[in-house]
Design a protein around this ligand. Structure first.
Ligand code: AQP
Length: 337
């Protein structure tokens, strides 16, 4: 039986946090068992925000190591670095030429991030979703597991594939690009900031206390949770729109402890914050400790890590180049041979 194909990635814009893990990577680990899975470190995307070149390359390798430490198995999936496959940039250009500018201006992430960048907003930031479409469409992905925040970008990839490429350059019988589906698992789909329950946890939030990174020490985790925003009520509950912090911290506890929503809802229904926070800290530290020890082992074996990325790149490049060629031909670009 042909396995469905999955593609996903995280940008190496900083230390990965609980949102990246619970909203994305954790789901890949399950998917790799029954799907042909490609995961990349999307370093070209990281260039859309200001960054230090030395830190970017270090973050790139560290992100790849975290994928593996979180459970991605290089024997079951392909792990690679986006910029090492030139087809990503090349397909992005072809898609740029058929994507209306006003589709891009509607993108929520662009609106939010461009406010932060002021006068220095780059064309790259505006173009981010087209590059993401190229990432996905190159691999004929059936499924793209993402958090809620990326849903709009996924819709764009579908629109471009269907309405700008297949309907113009392909036929119903012979579509050029596969139209992917998003896969958003409800639990953990949107982990919120520890300091503001209505904003998502994000690598680029200037307040480091807003997120727990996968590499935070136990002391730092406990400190961040102790400082996390709460409210004046006693007892924690899910899904009360007036209590976003309670919903977020209880969600984290239910996933990280492995107890599930029903059990923790009962356990914490009458609990005060002072009793709850140490429990959450303990569950978080216990969940992250094995990831951190695998990560440290991998980072001490750089040759092995580089080799995994080389194998992943070779596997991915074969698929990516074939898709790019198909579209180049369909759009009338002269083939090399
Ligand atoms: N808070 C979150 N909750 C659930 N899922 C999340 N993801 C990110 N934040 C959360 C998911 O992680 C994957 C990779 O994200 P990304 O780093 O490529 O881009 P992002 O969504 O922009 O993540 P950040 O942390 O907010 O990065 P910065 O601050 O650099 O922009 C995606 O599947 C995303 O849904």
């Amino acid at each position: 039986m042909v396995r469905k194909r999955v593609l996903s990635g995280v940008q190496p814009t900083g230390a990965l946090h609980l949102g990246n893990w619970l909203g994305a990577i954790r789901n890949w680990v399950e998917l790799q068992k029954n799907h042909e899975t490609f995961v990349c470190v999307v370093d070209l995307h990281a260039l859309t925000v200001p960054n230090d070149p030395k830190i970017l390359s270090e973050n790139t390798i560290s992100t790849a190591a975290l994928y593996i430490a979180c459970g991605m198995n290089p024997k079951e999936c392909s792990i690679f670095v986006q910029s090492q496959i030139s087809a990503h940039s090349e397909l992005c250009w072809l898609l740029n030429c058929v994507t209306p500018l006003n589709w891009m201006e509607r993108m929520i992430q662009f609106k939010e991030k461009s406010i932060k960048q002021g006068d220095n907003v780059s064309i790259g930031l505006l173009d981010y979703p087209v590059l993401m479409s190229a990432d996905i469409l190159l691999y004929d992905a059936d499924l793209v597991p993402v958090g809620e925040d990326q849903k709009q970008h996924l819709e764009l990839a579908r629109d471009i594939a269907q309405n700008r490429i297949n309907s113009r350059f392909g036929t119903k019988k012979n579509p050029i690009l596969k139209v992917p589906q998003s896969l958003i698992l409800k639990e953990g789909a949107k982990i919120m900031s520890l300091t503001e329950g209505n904003s998502k946890m994000s690598k680029s939030d200037p307040n480091e206390n807003s997120r727990i990174t996968l590499l935070d020490s136990p002391d730092l985790i406990a400190k961040k949770i102790k400082r996390a925003k709460t409210d004046a009520e006693v007892g924690l509950e899910f899904d009360n729109p007036n209590r976003p912090e309670a919903n977020n911290l209880l969600t984290l506890y239910s996933i990280l402890s492995g107890l599930g929503r029903e059990v923790v809802a009962k356990e914490c229904a009458t609990m005060g914050w002072g009793e709850f926070k140490p429990l959450l800290a303990e569950a978080t530290i216990a969940a992250l400790t094995p990831i951190q020890s695998r990560y440290n082992g991998l980072m001490n074996e750089r040759d092995e890590l580089n080799n995994i990325l080389k194998i992943g790149r070779d596997q991915a490049e074969e698929v990516a180049d074939a898709t790019l060629k198909r579209l180049q031909n369909a759009m009338g670009l002269l083939s090399r041979s």
